[in-house]
Design a protein around this ligand. Structure first.
Ligand code: NPG
Length: 354
């Protein structure tokens, strides 16, 4: 994997869980976005594995299940562990759509459309290196640039990009690296016409985000804070954000993500699809969800070769010269992993039979 640095650390390898659910000869695939370390979220690959094998899979074995939407009721006693739930739910959505012979987006009620792609650039060793990366990504066609910021790497990198590259669509992502006392410092970012500032404060601090949003001209987008429809509704009511980043892993699956999409749309709050350094399996599912009409801003749905060579799928997900990514065609999520690559990279597997 190509290294990626955020305010919470540098990632040089990606450990992930793939989930396959089978009905006869038809197989649905899901990917868990939890990482090996609990830095973005409290979940890890180890906790997700434990929850899947001990609770989430046993809760659905030996039952007749009509569709992916039914899973949440069977898991209602399991608190949290949203990334683990989302992985199995994604596989169930893929299976459901494949059994129906439909692309997943159509199953969700939206026709396939090209998805505008943004790109996320990790913290770089120098401002010159950052500007060069931004230029290279713009040349690939990406429709908006997101740069990671943290205290000590914020106003100056943004200023340099504006001075050298002009009025490109630009946003910043802090991954919760600031505190409410940084408000005056963050206000300096108002001078740069940013599309948004993503998750400046802590993940459980809606009230302080609302205070900060009222002090800033730039829109706040919440990511880590929005773990489901209730918090999305609270954040909108409080004025804690003007934009929401939707990641099914963070919300517990497509079901809650669609609920957040719908309520944000009704409130006039735009959403976009986040990325969690997924392989092509997770990225394909993200593209299908992104076809819903409220996803009106470019998503972190960038090409998988930015992170993985090779990807688990073939052909990999690519960005077109106009900065859009095509939703994979065919039944379900439209892609499946290459068996040999899954075998080559697997460190552990477990099988359950009904
Ligand atoms: O293209 O998948 C991608 C990466 C997008 O920056 C991105 N993701 O905070 O949203 C984020 C960040 C992230 C990366 C989060 C890794 C968690 C793990």
């Amino acid at each position: 994997m190509r290294p990626f640095e955020t305010s919470f650390g540098a990632l040089a390898a990606r450990e992930l869980i793939l989930v396959a659910v089978r009905d006869g000869e038809v197989v649905g695939w899901g990917e868990c976005v939890a990482d090996a370390d609990p830095y973005y979220s409290s979940e890890t690959t180890a906790t997700a594995w434990h929850m899947l094998s001990r609770y989430l899979v046993p809760a659905i074995l030996n039952r007749t299940i009509g569709g992916a939407r039914e899973l949440h009721a069977l898991w209602h006693r399991v608190r949290g562990h949203r990334m683990a739930k989302a992985a199995l739910e994604m596989a169930a959505w893929d299976l459901e759509a494949r059994l129906a012979g439909q692309p997943l987006c159509e199953r969700l009620g939206a026709p396939a459309r090209p998805i505008p792609a943004g790109v996320s650039i990790g913290i770089q060793p120098s401002i010159d290196a950052l500007v060069a990366r931004v230029e290279a990504e713009r040349a690939e066609g990406y429709q908006r640039i997101k740069i990671k910021i943290k205290p000590g790497w914020d106003v100056e990198p943004v200023r340099a990009i504006r001075e050298r590259l002009g009025a490109i669509p630009l946003m910043v992502d802090a991954n919760a690296a600031y505190s409410p006392t940084d408000a005056a410092h963050l206000r300096q970012l108002d001078d740069f016409d940013l599309m948004m500032i993503e998750q400046p404060l802590d993940y459980d601090d809606l009230v302080q985000h609302a205070r900060l949003q009222s002090a800033l001209g730039t829109a706040i987008c919440l990511d880590e804070s929005i773990t489901g429809p209730r918090l999305a509704a609270d954040a909108i009511e409080l004025g804690a954000c003007r934009i929401i980043n939707i990641k099914p892993g963070r919300m517990g699956g497509f079901g809650p993500s669609i609920a957040v999409h719908d309520l944000a749309r009704a409130a006039g709050v735009p959403v976009w699809h986040g990325g969690m350094l997924e392989s092509g399996i997770g990225r394909a599912a993200n593209l299908h969800l992104s076809t819903l009409p409220g996803f009106s801003l470019p998503g972190d749905v960038a090409a998988s070769r930015r992170y993985f060579v090779p990807d688990l799928i073939e052909p990999p997900i690519e960005v077109a010269p106009d900065g859009t990514v095509a939703v994979p065609a065919g039944p379900g999520i439209g892609v499946r992993p290459v068996d040999e690559r899954v075998r080559r990279f697997s460190i552990q597997s477990e099988r359950f039979t009904s």
